[in-house]
Design a protein around this ligand. Structure first.
Ligand SMILES: C[S@@+](CC[C@H](N)C(=O)[O-])C[C@H]1O[C@@H](n2cnc3c(N)ncnc32)[C@H](O)[C@@H]1O
Length: 346
């Protein structure tokens, strides 16, 4: 019987593997033995780490801070689940006491959110900062990330907000951040395992060289790589989530009100992408791990080029093809997109 892998839905995320999990995860599991450590190098919403968590220690990394809190809540966390009583104690009493957290009201009123929704985000964020336990805080922040994705007046991401005459605006403007936040929190499906997992947040280039992180890479048997595959920078599409987590009053620019300090991934530049793959694949092979790369057939380089890069460092290289439909983030759905998984082992 086909195995169903655990799934955790946080938000609509460009390139999320949640719909391909039951096809990709068995291939990854066949490449390693039970208990072998897996590194999810560009983890996004951590869908792959969550699916593999029951049988493997997971190291998750992504350069975005919002991804780190999702990872702490869903991957590192092996003991904390929150309930209605926690909400009653940790969050609700503080909402009306907020006199200082005004970032969203000040920056984003009547853009991605209404004034009321911005006030709700600020109040919830204020209450979350009263929570001291890191895991609890990450679970609350993950619920806020879900709520912001659910209520936003934009087509599934934050690259631009909807014009005032958009037909869906009226409905989206009525949604309550607090209701969505509460609903996600009470869903409560966080899976625990007996393994020690670790989540970090850095440019993957530093991960392989950082003295403090190197110890976590010891014993990694498989590096799973799921990079951006188009010129669209994640830091532009999800900047508001980064700001909600950092709550740091950033300098903004452009009509979309992006953070000026947003990270630019070299995977989004046609002239740099093959160099990036070469760097990772060579480093994975240096630490004695196998590799598995997810990529789109409509990405910036071809699967033939990817295969050639893997062949430089690995003896056995295979390519798997998956057909699926792909959300265009508010511009409909493209059917029959081909996605590949290129694996390399020695
Ligand atoms: C295709 S998404 C990953 C999706 C993920 N597997 C999931 O199911 O949600 C690509 C991720 O790569 C991250 N990223 C891009 N460049 C990076 C870099 N240089 N270092 C670390 N992460 C990076 C982005 O922030 C984004 O979350």
């Amino acid at each position: 019987m086909k195995k169903e892998y655990p799934k955790t839905y946080i938000m609509r995320y460009m390139g999320s593997k949640i719909k391909l999990l039951d096809r990709i995860a068995p291939i990854l599991e066949r490449m390693v033995s039970k208990g072998d450590k897996i590194l999810d190098l560009m983890a996004g919403t951590h869908s792959i780490g969550y699916a593999l968590k029951p049988n493997h220690p997971i190291i998750g990394n992504d350069v975005q801070e919002y991804s780190k809190v999702i990872g702490i809540a869903r991957i590192e966390n092996n003991k904390v689940r929150l309930s209605a009583e926690d909400l009653e104690r940790d969050i609700y009493p503080h909402l009306s006491k907020n006199k200082t957290y005004k970032l969203f009201q000040k920056y984003y009123t009547d853009t991605y959110f209404t004034k009321e929704q911005c006030v709700e985000i600020d109040n919830v964020r204020f209450a979350i900062d009263k929570v001291k336990d890191t895991k609890k805080k990450a679970i609350y922040l993950t619920a806020l990330i879900y709520a912001m994705g659910h209520c936003q007046s934009s087509p599934g991401h934050f690259a631009q907000y909807m014009p005032k005459d958009h037909p869906r605006l009226k409905t989206l403007r009525k949604l309550s951040i607090l209701d969505a936040f509460t609903k996600k929190l009470l869903e409560n499906h966080i899976l625990f395992s007996n393994f020690q997992n670790k989540v970090v947040s850095m440019d993957y280039r530093n991960l392989f060289t950082d003295k403090n992180i190197k110890k976590y890479l010891r014993g990694v048997k498989l590096v799973y790589i799921d990079p951006p595959y188009s010129p669209a920078q994640y830091s532009r599409f999800y900047h508001l989530l980064e700001t909600a987590v950092k709550y740091d009053y950033p300098k903004l620019s452009h009509k979309g009100l992006y953070r000026q300090d947003r990270f630019q991934s070299d995977f989004c530049y046609p002239s740099k992408v093959s160099g990036e793959f070469d760097f990772i694949v060579s480093h994975a092979s240096n630490i004695g791990a196998k590799v598995a790369i997810s990529y789109s057939e409509s990405g910036l380089i071809t699967s033939t080029e990817l295969k050639a890069i893997c062949k430089k460092y690995f003896k056995k290289v295979r390519v798997y093809y998956f057909k699926h439909s792909h959300s265009m983030q508010g511009r409909g759905t493209i059917k029959n997109i081909r996605e590949v998984l290129v694996t390399g082992e020695n």
